[in-house]
Design a protein. Structure first.
Length: 104
């Protein structure tokens, strides 16, 4: 059946499964690792293989290493010296030696 003169032509359907593996891996890299891992079981074997390959490249943090960040932001007038607002940021790293070798 012919289309009317005012209708735009039909756009070709985009099939993401026709993309090369390299492009799909690049797309997966933009997703949070947790979301990728949760959805891995719900996709095709090709996607599961790509996701498994991508997750193998994510660096693991040892469970016994914890990083804490403390920010101090003083409002103008809180500083008794010159009225400027100093911003200080400290990073603390602690190690728990009770579970060496465990990762998450």
């Amino acid at each position: 059946m012919p289309t009317s003169c005012c209708e735009p032509p039909a756009r070709p359907r985009l099939d993401i499964n026709r993309f090369p593996n390299e492009l799909l891996l690049r797309i997966i890299q933009f997703l949070p690792p947790r979301d990728v891992a949760l959805s891995a079981a719900q996709v095709s074997t090709r996607w599961r293989s790509l996701i498994k390959h991508n997750l193998a490249r994510v660096p693991r943090i040892p469970a016994h290493c914890h990083v804490y960040v403390m920010d101090i932001d003083l409002q103008p007038g809180d500083d008794q010296t010159d009225g400027r607002s100093p911003i200080m940021q400290y990073h603390f790293t602690t190690f728990n030696t009770s579970q060496p070798g465990k990762t998450y």
